[in-house]
Design a protein around this ligand. Structure first.
Ligand SMILES: CC(C)(COP(=O)(O)OP(=O)(O)OC[C@H]1O[C@@H](n2cnc3c(N)ncnc32)[C@H](O)[C@@H]1OP(=O)(O)O)[C@@H](O)C(=O)NCCC(=O)NCCS
Length: 174
């Protein structure tokens, strides 16, 4: 089954909100404890797009199978060439290459927009799928911060990974 990628549109937000709600309720990728409603998800998307960051969806047979976006790693201006990625795939479509397709596209768009480094901030050492996805796309392990969050009745680590985008730090940014 082919996966197609395009920019997210307002009409996709119902599906995106449901995918994220499932991840918030059942996983540790996000350290949010209560899922945001659709209006809040729409607001967050608009802020990212206004800031020049990509927000994309993956489709399988016209169904939203997952979404991804890049955001500022940290807000202070010297970080402006560094993005953090977020990727969420509907459980019905996990393990079928959707996450790889989304992250590959996100990297390409961020490179075209002049960003130089992508950081993955991965909730919990048990997030094997996320760690494997990032490793498969060239991310190197930076380190693990222990017990940075408390969710689902346990302390949760944060795994940090990174990869250069285009010329990385070998040249000054344009
Ligand atoms: C992590 C996630 C985005 C991966 O997306 P996916 O569509 O399931 O992953 P893919 O099928 O594209 O697999 C990508 C790679 O990771 C590997 N992988 C995926 N899930 C895995 C798992 N549970 N254990 C080990 N490896 C796994 C695959 O083997 C594949 O490697 P390859 O392409 O070299 O064969 C998805 O599982 C998800 O949404 N999880 C919940 C939310 C989350 O953790 N998001 C990340 C937040 S940054």
């Amino acid at each position: 089954m082919a996966t197609s990628i395009r920019d997210a549109a307002p009409a996709d937000l119902t599906a995106i909100t449901a995918i994220y709600a499932h991840a918030v309720h059942h996983g540790t990728a996000s350290f949010e404890l209560s899922p945001p409603d659709e209006a809040e998800m729409a607001r967050r998307r608009e802020v990212l797009i206004a800031g020049g960051y990509p927000y994309i969806v993956a489709l399988r047979d016209d169904r939203i199978a997952g979404y991804a976006y890049a955001s500022a790693y940290r807000p202070r201006p010297a970080y402006r060439f560094t993005v953090e990625d977020s990727v969420y795939v509907d459980p019905a479509f996990q393990g079928q290459g959707v996450g790889r397709a989304l992250l590959t596209a996100l990297i390409e768009i961020c490179e075209a927009r002049g960003f130089r480094r992508m950081i993955a901030v991965i909730g919990d050492t048990q997030s094997h799928g996320s760690i494997a996805l990032h490793r498969a796309l060239g991310f190197a392990h930076i380190g693990t911060i222990p017990a940075l969050g408390y969710k689902h009745d346990a302390w949760r680590d944060t795994v940090l990974m990174h990869r250069p985008l285009s010329e990385g730090d070998t040249t000054p940014p344009a």
